[in-house]
Design a protein around this ligand. Structure first.
Ligand SMILES: NC(=O)c1ccc[n+]([C@@H]2O[C@H](COP(=O)([O-])OP(=O)(O)OC[C@H]3O[C@@H](n4cnc5c(N)ncnc54)[C@H](OP(=O)(O)O)[C@@H]3O)[C@@H](O)[C@H]2O)c1
Length: 337
């Protein structure tokens, strides 16, 4: 008999922060793979700020999750049944399997997970989309060069912590912005950031001027809002502002105000560009080779915060991102694999 499969579905679109009414928990028999498909038992679910955007019925870079649909989520799982030549029973894989205990996949977007490099959860963080986002965002969009002063917000999170380490490894001076003294201490003492600013401590503008008295060449923005505005005020000539995300506004019920300091782009002949990691699909192998090589040789610290629970804990775990209760990549472990 097929095992039961508990799933998290979108019950209704949230206004502001998602809550219990956003989600519906359903249980049905685990799916059977058809020809060319495999069934995976999900062990680790990725929690991503972008998920909040996927719940809104607006035009974006991916279609919104529909009401009644299983929530879209990246995950790591083990193949438990296979009718796919490329994926064997017992193999660990990552893919967009959704917030559920069992999923069927035709292999699209699925990748082998090599536990000899790093534990499964790392393949959702430094060795997954967050790591690749940091890599392409800094190198391709930010065009970092040795000697640049690089400012990174959300620096103690999944993307930011990798971005800072990549910038350091390429000879940049790196300043991180994070919430709270513990996160800031982790950045400077363990990850090698040159400075860290606790944006919750007050006097943010002054702290920024002290940390970057000559201004910044690259701003890698994960948060938007007031922090983006302050960063625009300290740009150097030919600076690059990389719009990776803007989590401070993801639960806003009104459009957040635009950055009033944008004329700094003109004065400093600077650029501001957004990007989406999915556009780099043909270069994922390049990023994965660099990131896994760095994890393997110990030059890149991959940190995950693995919460234990059932798949039904998905919603409450997701909300941890919005009040900064994670350091490194936030993952929900729902099964021993
Ligand atoms: N462009 C792309 O293709 C792409 C791909 C992946 C991710 N992203 C974006 O990258 C950003 C980081 O994602 P992640 O997965 O690495 O998440 P994360 O940084 O691990 O977690 C989110 C962090 O955001 C911070 N935060 C929450 N509310 C904030 C606020 N109001 N102001 C300032 N900081 C706030 C919190 O840290 P503190 O305690 O420091 O506040 C929290 O830990 C997000 O904006 C995400 O949408 C973009």
């Amino acid at each position: 008999m097929a095992p039961s499969n508990t799933q998290v579905r979108l019950a209704q679109r949230p206004v502001g922060l998602p809550d219990d009414s956003t989600w519906e928990i359903t249980t049905e028999p685990a799916p059977e793979p058809g020809p060319g498909e495999f069934t995976v038992q999900v062990g680790y679910l990725s929690l991503d700020p972008a998920m909040r955007g996927w719940l809104d019925d607006v035009r974006s870079y991916v279609p919104p999750v529909q009401i009644g649909e299983v929530m879209r989520a990246h995950a790591v799982g083990r193949v438990v049944e296979s009718r796919h030549e490329g994926f064997a029973v017992g193999q660990l894989v990552s893919g967009m399997f959704g917030a559920c205990e069992y999923a069927v996949s035709d292999g699209t977007g699925a990748m082998a997970v090599d536990e000899s490099v790093a534990p499964p959860a790392a393949w959702l963080g430094a060795l997954g989309f967050p790591g690749m986002t940091a890599y392409f965002g800094l190198i391709d969009v930010g065009k970092i060069v040795a000697g640049d002063t690089v400012l990174i917000s959300g620096a103690a999170g999944a993307v930011g912590s990798v971005a800072g380490q990549i910038a350091k490894s390429r000879g940049c001076r790196v300043i991180g912005i994070a919430g709270g003294p513990e996160k800031c201490a982790w950045l400077t003492e363990e990850l090698g950031f040159d400075a860290a600013i606790d944006y919750r401590a007050g006097s943010f503008g002054r702290a920024l001027h002290e940390a970057a008295p000559k201004g910044i060449d690259v701003y890698f923005d994960n948060v938007g809002g007031d922090i983006l505005n302050s960063a625009l005020a300290v740009l150097r000539r030919n600076a690059r502002v990389v719009i990776c995300g803007a989590i401070s506004g993801y639960n806003a019920t009104e459009p957040p105000p635009g950055p009033s300091r944008y004329l700094s782009l003109l004065i400093n002949r600077a650029t501001m560009a957004g990007f989406i990691i999915f556009d780099y699909a043909d270069r994922y192998p390049e990023a994965m080779a660099a990131l896994s090589g760095a994890v393997r040789d110990g030059s890149l610290v991959a940190r995950e915060q693995v919460e234990a629970g059932g798949v039904a804990d998905f919603g409450r775990t997701l909300n941890m991102l919005f009040d900064g209760r994670n350091t490194g990549k936030l993952v929900l472990k729902i099964a021993d694999l």
